[in-house]
Structure formats: C-alpha cells, structure tokens
Design a protein around this ligand. Structure first.
Ligand SMILES: C[S@@+](CC[C@H](N)C(=O)[O-])C[C@H]1O[C@@H](n2cnc3c(N)ncnc32)[C@H](O)[C@@H]1O
Length: 312
C-alpha cells in the first residue's frame, strides 16, 4: 500500500516531510535497544532459500519512477540531506560506539596489536560524517588520533564544529561532495592511516561511486585502510521500499520520503568497486541482524555489508 503522503512525495515538486520518516524507522530499528542477533553469513547465503525467493519476487516486481523524478532526486541529494539536518539537528542518529568493536584498527593501530606503552598517533578521515556520531566517540576513546571529517551537507558540518569536543583541536571538519570536490584541497595526498566509509556510499547513485572512491584513495597512504559498512541487498528496508512502489530510482536504489537516497550493495559490487580502484580486500561480507520491533510486533531481517580494504 502506498500512503497518500508517499504518493504525494513522489509526484510533488518538493519532497514532503513525513510524520515519521522511513529513515527514522530504519534508525530506530538499527539502534533501539531491542533484541538482537549479530552473525556473519557466508556470502552465498544472505537469506534462507524461501525468504530469498520471496524477496527477489518483491524487488524484481518493482519498477523505477519516471526519469524526470529520478534525475531530480539524484540532483537534489545534497539539498535534501541539508534539510534533513536542519530538521533533525543532532537528534536523529545515535553515537556509533559499535564501530570500534568491529574495526579494531582505531584501538590497535596499523600493527594490529594493542600496546598501551606506545600510543597510536594515526590521522583518520570520516567521509559523510553527518553530525559526528562516529567521529566523537572514536576521538574520545583514542586520545592520540586526529580526525578529519567531511560531509556535503553544510548544516551537518556546522553541527560538528559546534560539538563541545570539537574545540579540543583534534578534529577538522569541512564541506565536501565526495563525488566532485577533491579531498586533496584540504588533506595532503597519501597522508591518512584510516578512512571510515560508514552508511555514506548508499546515499550516492551507483554511477558516481567510482569518482567517490578515486577521491578517497588520493588521500589514503599506501597500506592505509578503509573501514566500510553499509546496507546490503535484500535488507528488510529494501524489501519494504519495493513493497510500496513509487520509491525505486534504479536497480537497488530508492528515494526515502524526505528525498534522501538509499542504495543496497552486494559483496561482489563493493569488492569490484574497491578492487577496481587498486585496493586489496582484507574482508568483505554480509552481516545479519535480526531486529524485533516491539511497538509494531514485527521481526525484521536487517542485512548489512561490512568490509576492510587496504590501499596497495
Ligand atoms: C546515513 S548518513 C551517515 C552519517 C555518518 N557516517 C554515520 O554513520 O552516522 C549519510 C551521510 O552521508 C552524507 N553524504 C551523502 N552523499 C555525500 C557525498 N556525495 N559527499 C559527502 N557526503 C555525502 C550525508 O549528508 C549524510 O550525512
């Protein structure tokens, strides 16, 4: 069923602001203190056979909205993210404390060994940093890190700069559209130890991903690491989009009610993208998280993709 709000959203000039956005529901599902199951799945088996067929049927039965709207949503991505932050300020995303558990490089440094006597003085970057829900927890736990942070939504960058910990001089935030503004305008070439790419490539249409990855690579030092996490194909959010036609822009790319985009990745696609730009895959796999939404009394299969790539 398409709600009147969704229908209007897709066909009106200005994306409508929903009562409770799809993003909000997604975030709640990811972050809320609900019963969870976290387990890596073998690449070939991202859904059990029965569920996979049902998901394929729904997704393959969906079709893209009119080209005019596809173009408009793709062109207005930065504007719509900026509106998102003007509306939600810092209230939307919860701090991503889990990242350090998943990406131990921040704690251990490039040596892979935790050594209290030798602090790891690494220089890192978070691309698509939002309001700093990853940046500030990492800086807090790792006193010898310096973190650049960029986003193409100017209001998000303003909020990062207003954060009480920003003043400590260990972070530098700037506005940058990864798909067209050279990161080397701000960061020395081949200089960074780690770049985190967390739920940002899913906001970029597939045809612009190569440019974004090339840009990121320029500022990473040889041997430096990319920490990647994002939405995977057949995630419950994708099935929900395709169950309510009127959101699909391209294969695996959808528009939310607030005009922001969401792309769902396969292991093969992400690996090909990074390896195509000269990265070596350290790990790249699906992560399954079963989330029970008690309010709606539903059980959702969230599928993410988590990876580490090293610049050769
Ligand atoms: C889902 S949010 C994730 C924020 C943050 N990485 C986190 O995990 O909390 C995606 C972010 O990517 C930013 N973004 C999307 N496309 C971008 C682009 N082409 N260049 C820079 N930032 C972008 C959006 O403005 C938004 O802040």
């Amino acid at each position: 069923m398409v709600t009147p709000e969704e229908q209007q959203h897709v066909h009106s000039q200005e994306p409508q602001q929903p009562q409770e956005s799809q993003q909000s529901q997604e975030s709640d599902l990811i972050e809320a203190r609900q019963q969870r199951l976290l387990q890596p799945l073998p690449s070939a088996a991202i859904l059990p056979p029965g569920k996979l067929e049902e998901a394929k049927r729904i997704i393959e039965g969906d079709k893209a909205i009119k080209p005019f709207w596809v173009k408009k949503y793709k062109n207005e991505a930065a504007k719509n993210w900026n509106k998102f932050y003007q509306r939600n300020e810092t209230r939307f995303y919860k701090d991503r404390h889990w990242i350090e558990r998943e990406f131990t490089i921040y704690k251990e440094g490039a040596s892979g060994k935790e050594d209290e006597s030798k602090p790891h003085t690494m220089t890192c970057l978070e691309v698509g940093c939002g309001v700093g829900n990853f940046v500030f927890p990492v800086l807090d736990k790792n006193p010898h890190l310096f973190m650049y942070a960029c986003d193409f939504a100017p209001h998000a960058v303003e909020l990062v700069k207003k954060h009480e910990d920003y003043a400590k001089g260990r972070c530098s935030a700037f506005v940058c559209d990864l798909t067209k503004d050279p990161l080397t305008d701000t960061i020395p070439k081949d200089s960074l130890d780690v770049i985190s790419v967390i739920f940002v490539l899913s906001a970029i249409p597939a045809e612009k991903l190569e440019a974004a990855i090339k840009n990121i690579k320029e500022v990473l030092k040889p041997g430096g690491m990319i920490c990647f996490r994002d939405y995977a194909i057949y995630d419950a959010a994708q099935i929900k989009f395709s169950s309510n036609p009127g959101h699909m822009l391209d294969t695996n790319l959808y528009v939310r009610q607030d005009g922001t985009l969401s792309l769902f990745f396969s292991v093969a696609q992400i690996q090909a993208l990074f390896e195509g730009e000269g990265f070596e895959t350290v790990e790249c796999d699906y992560v399954h998280r079963e989330t029970i939404n008690r309010a709606l009394d539903i059980n959702l299969d969230r599928r993410f993709l988590q990876a580490k790539f090293v610049k050769k």
